[in-house]
Design a protein around this ligand. Sequence first.
Ligand SMILES: [Zn+2]
Length: 123
Amino acid sequence: MQADVARTKAYYASISPSSLCDCAYCRNYRAQIRAAFPKIAAYLGSLGVDIEKPLENSPLEPDEKGMLEYCCCQYVVFGACEPEYRHWIDQVEFRPAASYPGTNIEEAHFVIEFFGIQLSYGA
Ligand SMILES: [Zn+2]
């Protein structure tokens, strides 16, 4: 992976909070993700990514225990990444995404994704 960390940081800094998804599930994610998964936040931060500004987080429905799973969390990174790239933090696998929402970005970039993040919801 060759991440352009400075360009990625500038991109995340340019995303205004008011442009982020305002649905309850996304607000729940932003409110908790950094504190709940500090190692993931640090890894993404090392790439220039702000963990509170995902491209996509694919929430399911909250379960009976009040846990909400975000099944596929995706983030834009500037630079290039080989398809075979993998990184592990505890049980969480990171890899370059093959499909993701349109980014409207002209410069070289990729999307990194990870799966199965659970956060409490509605407590
Ligand atoms: Zn949302």
